[in-house]
Design a protein around this ligand. Structure first.
Ligand SMILES: NC(=[NH2+])NCCC[C@H](N)C(=O)O
Ligand SMILES: [Mn+2]
Ligand SMILES: [Mn+2]
Length: 353
């Protein structure tokens, strides 16, 4: 077993750069002095922020406040203090479902509000692709986790061989036929995984019918603890590498991340994307989210996951999703937003020492 932490050179320490008021689609801090450590990120090393206030993949309102809550809590400062430039793109315009939207033919399964979800994700896929091809680190702020499908589509167009670290209490690989809930935030991976879903049969997702596709070996899960029967079957049949909470208990988070990163990058280095569902974290530290599950990652474990990913110097993008400040409002929302910001900082290279 190779040790990834040792194999990749740690990020060069970055100099703090002062923040200015963010302007949509503009680089707000320049003169970046740091040499490129990540071969997939261009100089000046820039985090391109895309807000995706999507809620139609699940029944609750509130996750659409996630992107602005994170910005108002100091997102740009977190990024620039770590030495990155910020390019702020604002929020995508996500259209609400209407009574006239085409719905799925039930013989292909059930995916609620697929038309609104799919059209929103198409915008994200195009934006992510553009940023990734320009050598930017793409930071996608959710919104519900359906947006993972948009990020992955854009990522894989730019980097077909990328590896995905999916940090989540849930596997989010239901298909419209295996899903009990019909909620699309439980399905995003299935739309990218080869031979799982025929996107041409899902209104709003036709654009995804001709790829790109993800191979099972390109995906690894961390922190699973609530996996549906149909999902268990899919994980087993496809041989997808999954480190559930029991693995974290058994091996500790250090060894777990070493094995996970070795699975993705042991044979060859590849660009990595991390899709971080805040519900991976124990509800004690992140209560404001729609599908809470007890027994999650501790505060340190959650940060360590992001730190270990950052230490590879191969991350090209991050989703931070399912922050819903309207659930557990007040102190709970503050804790959750703080946690999300910390995790973003950890993924961008913050170190204790
Ligand atoms: N992104 C999430 N929080 N997903 C929760 C999914 C829950 C359940 N597995 C479903 O498919 O409905
Ligand atoms: Mn989840
Ligand atoms: Mn999820």
């Amino acid at each position: 077993m190779m040790n990834h932490i040792a194999r990749f050179a740690p990020r060069v320490a970055r100099r703090a750069i002062s923040t200015t008021t963010p302007v949509a689609a503009e680089v707000v801090s320049r003169n970046h002095p740091t040499p490129v450590a990540n071969p997939h990120v261009a100089t000046p090393q820039t985090v391109s922020v895309i807000g995706v206030p999507m809620t139609h993949g699940q029944p609750l309102l509130g996750a659409d406040f996630g992107p602005d809550m994170l910005r108002n809590a100091g997102l740009h400062k977190v990024i620039t203090e770590l030495g990155w430039c910020v390019e702020e793109n604002g929020n995508l315009n996500i259209k609400a479902p209407t009574a006239n939207d085409p719905v799925m033919d039930p013989k292909y399964g059930r995916a609620k509000s697929s038309f609104a979800v799919g059209n929103g994700l198409k915008q994200l896929a195009d934006a992510y692709e553009e940023k990734a091809k320009a050598g930017k680190f793409t930071l996608v702020l959710g919104g519900d986790h359906t947006i993972g499908a948009g990020s992955l589509a854009g990522l894989l167009r730019a980097h077909p061989d990328a590896g995905i670290i999916w940090v989540d209490a849930h596997a989010d690989i239901n298909t419209p036929t295996t899903s009990d809930s019909g909620n699309m935030h439980g399905m995003p991976i299935s739309f990218l995984m080869e031979n799982l879903v025929d996107a041409s049969k899902v209104p709003g997702f036709e654009w995804l019918a001709n790829g790109p596709v993800l191979k099972p070996e390109q995906l690894v899960y961390i922190a699973l603890r609530d996996v549906d029967q149909g999902e268990k079957r899919i994980l087993k049949e496809l041989g997808i590498k999954a480190f559930c909470m029991q693995s974290v208990d058994r091996y500790g988070i250090g060894k777990t991340m070493e094995m996970a990163l070795d699975h993705l990058c042991g044979a060859k280095e590849r660009p990595l994307h991390m899709s971080y569902d805040i519900d991976a974290v124990d509800p004690v530290d992140a209560p404001s989210t729609g599908t809470r599950v007890r027994g999650g990652l501790t505060w340190r474990e959650a940060n360590y996951v992001a730190e270990a990913a950052a230490e590879t110097n191969l991350l090209v993008g991050l989703d931070m999703v399912e922050v819903n400040p309207s659930l557990a409002p007040g102190k709970g929302a503050d804790l959750t937003v703080d946690m999300a910001l910390l995790l973003i900082g950890s993924a961008l290279g913050r170190r204790i020492l």
